[in-house]
Ligand binder design. Sequence first.
Ligand SMILES: NC(=O)c1ccc[n+]([C@@H]2O[C@H](COP(=O)([O-])OP(=O)(O)OC[C@H]3O[C@@H](n4cnc5c(N)ncnc54)[C@H](O)[C@@H]3O)[C@@H](O)[C@H]2O)c1
Length: 325
Amino acid sequence: MTYLVTGGCGFVAANLIPHLLTTGKRVLALDNFCRGSEANLGSSRHHPNLTVRQVDLSNLDAYRSAVSDAAGDSAIHEVWHLAANSDIPAGIRDSEVDLRDTFMTTYNTLAVMEERQVSRLFFASSSAVYGDHGDEILTESSGPLLPISNYGAMKLASEAIISAASEKFLTRAALLRFPNVVGVPSTHGVILDFIRRLRSDPAALTVLGDGTQRKCYLHVSDLVDAMLVIRDRSTDKVGAFNIGPEDSGITVAEIAAEVVAAVAPGATITYGSGNKGWVGDVPKFRYSLSRLQALGWHPQHTSLQAIRIAVREIARQEGVECGRR
Ligand SMILES: NC(=O)c1ccc[n+]([C@@H]2O[C@H](COP(=O)([O-])OP(=O)(O)OC[C@H]3O[C@@H](n4cnc5c(N)ncnc54)[C@H](O)[C@@H]3O)[C@@H](O)[C@H]2O)c1
Protein backbone atom coordinates (compact mmCIF):
# COMPACT_ATOMS: atom_id res chain seq x y z
CA MET A 1 0.00 0.00 0.00
CA THR A 2 1.38 3.33 -1.08
CA TYR A 3 0.73 6.97 -0.28
CA LEU A 4 0.95 9.26 -3.28
CA VAL A 5 2.13 12.81 -2.51
CA THR A 6 1.99 15.33 -5.35
CA GLY A 7 4.27 18.35 -5.06
CA GLY A 8 6.21 15.80 -3.04
CA CYS A 9 9.47 17.77 -2.91
CA GLY A 10 7.97 21.07 -1.78
CA PHE A 11 7.89 22.73 1.63
CA VAL A 12 4.73 21.18 3.12
CA ALA A 13 5.39 17.75 1.58
CA ALA A 14 8.89 17.68 3.09
CA ASN A 15 7.26 18.03 6.52
CA LEU A 16 4.39 15.59 5.85
CA ILE A 17 6.34 12.74 4.29
CA PRO A 18 8.35 11.78 7.43
CA HIS A 19 5.01 11.22 9.22
CA LEU A 20 3.65 9.07 6.38
CA LEU A 21 6.85 7.00 6.35
CA THR A 22 6.43 6.13 10.05
CA THR A 23 3.41 3.98 9.12
CA GLY A 24 5.65 1.52 7.28
CA LYS A 25 3.79 2.12 4.00
CA ARG A 26 5.55 3.18 0.83
CA VAL A 27 5.44 6.84 -0.21
CA LEU A 28 5.59 7.94 -3.84
CA ALA A 29 6.51 11.63 -4.17
CA LEU A 30 5.89 13.26 -7.56
CA ASP A 31 7.24 16.71 -8.38
CA ASN A 32 8.45 18.56 -11.47
CA PHE A 33 11.13 20.35 -9.37
CA CYS A 34 9.96 23.77 -10.61
CA ARG A 35 10.16 24.92 -6.99
CA GLY A 36 10.80 21.83 -4.90
CA SER A 37 13.90 19.67 -4.86
CA GLU A 38 14.93 16.28 -3.50
CA ALA A 39 17.27 18.08 -1.10
CA ASN A 40 14.18 19.48 0.64
CA LEU A 41 13.37 15.96 1.83
CA GLY A 42 16.48 15.88 4.00
CA SER A 43 17.19 12.47 5.54
CA SER A 44 13.80 11.09 4.32
CA ARG A 45 15.14 10.96 0.78
CA HIS A 46 17.32 7.99 1.75
CA HIS A 47 14.41 6.09 3.32
CA PRO A 48 13.95 2.71 1.62
CA ASN A 49 10.16 3.20 1.43
CA LEU A 50 10.35 6.54 -0.38
CA THR A 51 10.34 6.82 -4.17
CA VAL A 52 10.72 10.21 -5.83
CA ARG A 53 9.90 10.81 -9.50
CA GLN A 54 10.31 13.99 -11.50
CA VAL A 55 7.21 14.56 -13.63
CA ASP A 56 5.01 17.41 -14.81
CA LEU A 57 1.62 16.49 -13.37
CA SER A 58 -0.21 18.80 -15.78
CA ASN A 59 0.67 16.23 -18.49
CA LEU A 60 -1.74 13.31 -17.98
CA ASP A 61 0.22 10.75 -20.00
CA ALA A 62 3.42 11.56 -18.14
CA TYR A 63 1.51 11.43 -14.82
CA ARG A 64 0.05 7.96 -15.61
CA SER A 65 3.47 6.63 -16.70
CA ALA A 66 5.24 7.95 -13.61
CA VAL A 67 2.73 6.28 -11.30
CA SER A 68 2.77 3.00 -13.24
CA ASP A 69 6.58 2.92 -13.41
CA ALA A 70 6.97 3.60 -9.72
CA ALA A 71 3.97 1.82 -8.18
CA GLY A 72 3.27 -0.87 -10.79
CA ASP A 73 0.03 -2.63 -9.84
CA SER A 74 0.40 -2.01 -6.13
CA ALA A 75 -2.59 -0.32 -4.53
CA ILE A 76 -2.45 3.35 -3.69
CA HIS A 77 -4.09 3.86 -0.32
CA GLU A 78 -4.60 7.62 -0.40
CA VAL A 79 -3.45 10.74 -2.19
CA TRP A 80 -2.14 13.96 -0.66
CA HIS A 81 -2.43 16.50 -3.47
CA LEU A 82 -0.02 19.33 -2.69
CA ALA A 83 1.32 20.28 -6.14
CA ALA A 84 0.43 23.84 -7.15
CA ASN A 85 1.89 27.13 -8.21
CA SER A 86 3.20 28.96 -5.13
CA ASP A 87 3.89 32.30 -6.77
CA ILE A 88 0.58 34.19 -6.68
CA PRO A 89 1.89 37.31 -8.52
CA ALA A 90 3.28 35.06 -11.30
CA GLY A 91 -0.20 33.61 -11.71
CA ILE A 92 -1.67 37.11 -12.02
CA ARG A 93 0.87 38.06 -14.71
CA ASP A 94 0.23 34.85 -16.67
CA SER A 95 -3.06 33.03 -16.05
CA GLU A 96 -1.63 29.88 -17.73
CA VAL A 97 0.48 29.30 -14.61
CA ASP A 98 -2.40 28.53 -12.24
CA LEU A 99 -4.47 26.82 -14.91
CA ARG A 100 -1.55 24.42 -15.45
CA ASP A 101 0.04 23.96 -12.03
CA THR A 102 -2.90 24.60 -9.67
CA PHE A 103 -5.92 23.30 -11.62
CA MET A 104 -4.69 20.78 -14.22
CA THR A 105 -2.61 18.99 -11.60
CA THR A 106 -5.87 18.49 -9.64
CA TYR A 107 -7.85 17.46 -12.72
CA ASN A 108 -5.19 14.92 -13.68
CA THR A 109 -4.84 13.67 -10.10
CA LEU A 110 -8.55 12.81 -10.14
CA ALA A 111 -8.21 11.13 -13.55
CA VAL A 112 -5.33 8.93 -12.32
CA MET A 113 -7.17 8.18 -9.07
CA GLU A 114 -10.31 7.07 -10.91
CA GLU A 115 -8.33 4.87 -13.30
CA ARG A 116 -6.48 3.23 -10.41
CA GLN A 117 -9.56 3.09 -8.16
CA VAL A 118 -8.09 5.24 -5.43
CA SER A 119 -10.88 6.82 -3.40
CA ARG A 120 -9.23 8.87 -0.60
CA LEU A 121 -7.98 12.41 -1.34
CA PHE A 122 -6.56 15.10 0.92
CA PHE A 123 -6.24 18.38 -0.92
CA ALA A 124 -4.10 21.40 -0.01
CA SER A 125 -6.55 24.25 -0.57
CA SER A 126 -6.14 27.79 0.65
CA SER A 127 -7.69 30.78 2.39
CA ALA A 128 -7.43 32.37 -1.09
CA VAL A 129 -10.69 30.62 -2.12
CA TYR A 130 -12.67 33.06 0.06
CA GLY A 131 -11.51 36.29 -1.60
CA ASP A 132 -11.57 39.57 0.35
CA HIS A 133 -14.16 39.52 3.15
CA GLY A 134 -12.69 42.38 5.21
CA ASP A 135 -13.17 41.87 8.96
CA GLU A 136 -15.57 38.92 8.66
CA ILE A 137 -14.49 35.82 10.58
CA LEU A 138 -14.49 33.17 7.89
CA THR A 139 -16.28 29.89 8.47
CA GLU A 140 -16.22 27.03 5.98
CA SER A 141 -19.71 28.12 4.86
CA SER A 142 -18.86 31.82 4.38
CA GLY A 143 -19.68 33.13 0.94
CA PRO A 144 -20.00 34.07 -1.77
CA LEU A 145 -16.57 32.65 -2.60
CA LEU A 146 -15.12 35.29 -4.93
CA PRO A 147 -11.33 34.78 -5.15
CA ILE A 148 -9.26 37.81 -6.17
CA SER A 149 -6.28 35.90 -7.61
CA ASN A 150 -6.01 33.27 -10.35
CA TYR A 151 -4.37 31.07 -7.72
CA GLY A 152 -7.45 31.37 -5.47
CA ALA A 153 -9.75 30.84 -8.45
CA MET A 154 -7.95 27.64 -9.50
CA LYS A 155 -7.94 26.36 -5.88
CA LEU A 156 -11.70 26.97 -5.75
CA ALA A 157 -12.17 25.25 -9.13
CA SER A 158 -10.11 22.34 -7.75
CA GLU A 159 -12.37 22.12 -4.69
CA ALA A 160 -15.39 22.12 -7.00
CA ILE A 161 -14.14 19.30 -9.21
CA ILE A 162 -13.12 17.25 -6.18
CA SER A 163 -16.62 17.71 -4.79
CA ALA A 164 -18.08 16.47 -8.08
CA ALA A 165 -15.71 13.48 -8.07
CA SER A 166 -16.92 12.57 -4.60
CA GLU A 167 -20.35 12.03 -6.12
CA LYS A 168 -18.79 9.62 -8.62
CA PHE A 169 -15.94 7.65 -7.06
CA LEU A 170 -14.26 9.33 -4.08
CA THR A 171 -15.25 7.92 -0.71
CA ARG A 172 -13.28 10.50 1.24
CA ALA A 173 -12.21 14.03 0.22
CA ALA A 174 -10.91 16.69 2.60
CA LEU A 175 -10.50 20.27 1.35
CA LEU A 176 -7.82 21.58 3.68
CA ARG A 177 -7.88 25.40 3.61
CA PHE A 178 -4.38 26.37 4.70
CA PRO A 179 -3.51 29.85 6.02
CA ASN A 180 0.01 31.24 5.44
CA VAL A 181 2.37 28.51 6.54
CA VAL A 182 5.92 29.14 7.75
CA GLY A 183 8.95 27.00 8.55
CA VAL A 184 11.60 25.12 6.63
CA PRO A 185 12.58 24.03 4.03
CA SER A 186 11.25 27.40 2.93
CA THR A 187 10.60 27.66 -0.81
CA HIS A 188 8.67 30.95 -0.89
CA GLY A 189 6.91 33.49 1.31
CA VAL A 190 7.34 36.74 3.14
CA ILE A 191 10.08 35.71 5.62
CA LEU A 192 12.29 34.15 2.94
CA ASP A 193 11.78 37.24 0.77
CA PHE A 194 12.72 39.64 3.60
CA ILE A 195 15.78 37.62 4.62
CA ARG A 196 17.06 37.48 1.04
CA ARG A 197 16.50 41.23 0.57
CA LEU A 198 18.38 41.96 3.80
CA ARG A 199 21.20 39.62 2.83
CA SER A 200 21.78 41.66 -0.32
CA ASP A 201 21.30 45.00 1.49
CA PRO A 202 21.60 44.74 5.31
CA ALA A 203 20.95 48.49 5.68
CA ALA A 204 17.46 48.71 4.21
CA LEU A 205 14.32 46.65 3.71
CA THR A 206 11.64 47.71 1.24
CA VAL A 207 8.23 46.20 1.96
CA LEU A 208 5.54 45.73 -0.69
CA GLY A 209 2.38 47.55 0.45
CA ASP A 210 1.93 49.75 3.51
CA GLY A 211 2.60 46.93 6.00
CA THR A 212 -0.95 46.89 7.43
CA GLN A 213 -1.91 43.59 5.80
CA ARG A 214 -2.93 41.31 8.70
CA LYS A 215 -2.97 37.55 8.18
CA CYS A 216 -2.86 34.29 10.12
CA TYR A 217 0.43 32.37 10.13
CA LEU A 218 0.79 28.75 11.16
CA HIS A 219 4.01 26.89 11.81
CA VAL A 220 4.31 23.91 9.45
CA SER A 221 4.57 21.51 12.43
CA ASP A 222 1.07 22.60 13.52
CA LEU A 223 -0.19 22.40 9.94
CA VAL A 224 0.93 18.80 9.45
CA ASP A 225 -0.54 17.86 12.82
CA ALA A 226 -3.89 19.36 11.75
CA MET A 227 -3.79 17.58 8.37
CA LEU A 228 -3.32 14.22 10.08
CA VAL A 229 -5.98 14.95 12.73
CA ILE A 230 -8.51 15.75 10.00
CA ARG A 231 -7.61 12.56 8.15
CA ASP A 232 -7.83 10.42 11.28
CA ARG A 233 -10.79 11.96 13.12
CA SER A 234 -13.17 13.47 10.59
CA THR A 235 -15.80 11.24 9.01
CA ASP A 236 -17.11 13.61 6.32
CA LYS A 237 -17.30 12.11 2.86
CA VAL A 238 -16.38 15.51 1.46
CA GLY A 239 -15.78 18.58 3.56
CA ALA A 240 -13.76 21.77 3.91
CA PHE A 241 -11.67 22.62 6.96
CA ASN A 242 -10.08 25.93 7.86
CA ILE A 243 -6.65 25.33 9.36
CA GLY A 244 -4.95 28.17 11.20
CA PRO A 245 -3.75 29.64 14.47
CA GLU A 246 -6.24 30.63 17.18
CA ASP A 247 -5.32 34.36 17.15
CA SER A 248 -6.21 37.25 14.85
CA GLY A 249 -2.92 37.15 12.96
CA ILE A 250 0.01 39.51 12.60
CA THR A 251 0.73 42.43 10.26
CA VAL A 252 3.41 42.54 7.60
CA ALA A 253 4.96 45.50 9.48
CA GLU A 254 5.29 43.30 12.60
CA ILE A 255 6.90 40.55 10.52
CA ALA A 256 9.33 43.05 8.97
CA ALA A 257 10.27 44.26 12.48
CA GLU A 258 10.85 40.66 13.65
CA VAL A 259 13.06 39.84 10.67
CA VAL A 260 15.07 43.06 10.92
CA ALA A 261 15.59 42.61 14.68
CA ALA A 262 16.82 39.05 14.12
CA VAL A 263 19.07 39.36 11.08
CA ALA A 264 19.87 43.05 10.41
CA PRO A 265 19.28 45.19 13.51
CA GLY A 266 19.27 48.87 12.59
CA ALA A 267 18.12 48.37 8.99
CA THR A 268 15.59 50.99 7.93
CA ILE A 269 12.21 49.71 6.79
CA THR A 270 10.49 51.50 3.91
CA TYR A 271 6.87 50.81 3.02
CA GLY A 272 5.04 51.05 -0.28
CA SER A 273 1.50 52.33 -0.60
CA GLY A 274 -1.87 50.60 -0.36
CA ASN A 275 -2.86 47.67 1.80
CA LYS A 276 -2.04 45.03 -0.80
CA GLY A 277 1.47 43.69 -1.46
CA TRP A 278 0.47 42.85 -5.05
CA VAL A 279 -2.62 42.46 -7.22
CA GLY A 280 -4.52 39.48 -5.80
CA ASP A 281 -3.16 39.88 -2.27
CA VAL A 282 -5.99 39.57 0.29
CA PRO A 283 -5.13 42.33 2.81
CA LYS A 284 -6.59 40.61 5.87
CA PHE A 285 -8.40 37.49 6.88
CA ARG A 286 -9.35 35.68 10.03
CA TYR A 287 -10.65 32.13 10.34
CA SER A 288 -13.19 30.44 12.52
CA LEU A 289 -11.56 27.16 13.55
CA SER A 290 -14.62 25.64 15.21
CA ARG A 291 -14.85 22.64 12.82
CA LEU A 292 -11.22 21.73 13.46
CA GLN A 293 -11.42 22.44 17.19
CA ALA A 294 -14.44 20.10 17.37
CA LEU A 295 -12.02 17.33 16.35
CA GLY A 296 -9.91 18.18 19.40
CA TRP A 297 -7.13 20.01 17.52
CA HIS A 298 -5.35 23.07 18.86
CA PRO A 299 -2.12 24.58 17.52
CA GLN A 300 1.01 24.74 19.66
CA HIS A 301 1.98 28.20 18.42
CA THR A 302 0.40 31.61 17.84
CA SER A 303 1.03 33.56 14.63
CA LEU A 304 3.75 35.60 16.36
CA GLN A 305 5.45 32.52 17.83
CA ALA A 306 5.32 30.77 14.44
CA ILE A 307 6.92 33.80 12.79
CA ARG A 308 9.65 34.03 15.43
CA ILE A 309 10.53 30.33 15.13
CA ALA A 310 10.46 30.44 11.33
CA VAL A 311 12.64 33.57 11.10
CA ARG A 312 15.43 31.72 12.89
CA GLU A 313 14.87 28.49 10.92
CA ILE A 314 14.88 30.27 7.57
CA ALA A 315 17.87 32.45 8.47
CA ARG A 316 19.78 29.22 9.26
CA GLN A 317 18.63 27.71 5.95
CA GLU A 318 19.90 30.80 4.11
CA GLY A 319 23.20 30.89 5.98
CA VAL A 320 22.34 34.23 7.59
CA GLU A 321 23.44 34.80 11.15
CA CYS A 322 20.72 35.56 13.70
CA GLY A 323 21.22 37.76 16.76
CA ARG A 324 20.19 36.56 20.21
CA ARG A 325 16.70 37.61 21.37
N1 LIG B 1 2.83 27.37 2.15
C1 LIG B 1 1.74 28.09 2.27
O1 LIG B 1 1.74 29.15 2.94
C2 LIG B 1 0.44 27.61 1.65
C3 LIG B 1 -0.73 28.33 1.92
C4 LIG B 1 -1.91 27.90 1.34
C5 LIG B 1 -1.94 26.78 0.53
N2 LIG B 1 -0.77 26.13 0.27
C6 LIG B 1 -0.82 24.98 -0.63
O2 LIG B 1 -0.11 23.90 -0.05
C7 LIG B 1 0.53 23.14 -1.08
C8 LIG B 1 2.00 22.99 -0.77
O3 LIG B 1 2.55 24.29 -0.71
P1 LIG B 1 4.08 24.53 -0.40
O4 LIG B 1 4.16 25.73 0.46
O5 LIG B 1 4.71 23.27 0.03
O6 LIG B 1 4.57 24.97 -1.84
P2 LIG B 1 5.85 24.46 -2.65
O7 LIG B 1 5.96 25.33 -3.84
O8 LIG B 1 7.02 24.35 -1.76
O9 LIG B 1 5.39 23.00 -3.08
C9 LIG B 1 4.59 22.76 -4.23
C10 LIG B 1 5.36 21.76 -5.07
O10 LIG B 1 4.59 21.50 -6.25
C11 LIG B 1 5.52 21.33 -7.32
N3 LIG B 1 4.80 21.56 -8.59
C12 LIG B 1 4.23 22.72 -9.02
N4 LIG B 1 3.68 22.53 -10.23
C13 LIG B 1 3.88 21.23 -10.56
C14 LIG B 1 3.57 20.42 -11.69
N5 LIG B 1 2.92 20.94 -12.76
N6 LIG B 1 3.93 19.13 -11.69
C15 LIG B 1 4.61 18.60 -10.63
N7 LIG B 1 4.95 19.30 -9.54
C16 LIG B 1 4.58 20.61 -9.50
C17 LIG B 1 6.63 22.34 -7.04
O11 LIG B 1 7.86 22.01 -7.65
C18 LIG B 1 6.72 22.30 -5.53
O12 LIG B 1 7.72 21.40 -5.08
C19 LIG B 1 0.26 23.87 -2.39
O13 LIG B 1 -0.85 23.27 -3.02
C20 LIG B 1 -0.10 25.26 -1.93
O14 LIG B 1 -0.95 25.93 -2.86
C21 LIG B 1 0.42 26.52 0.81
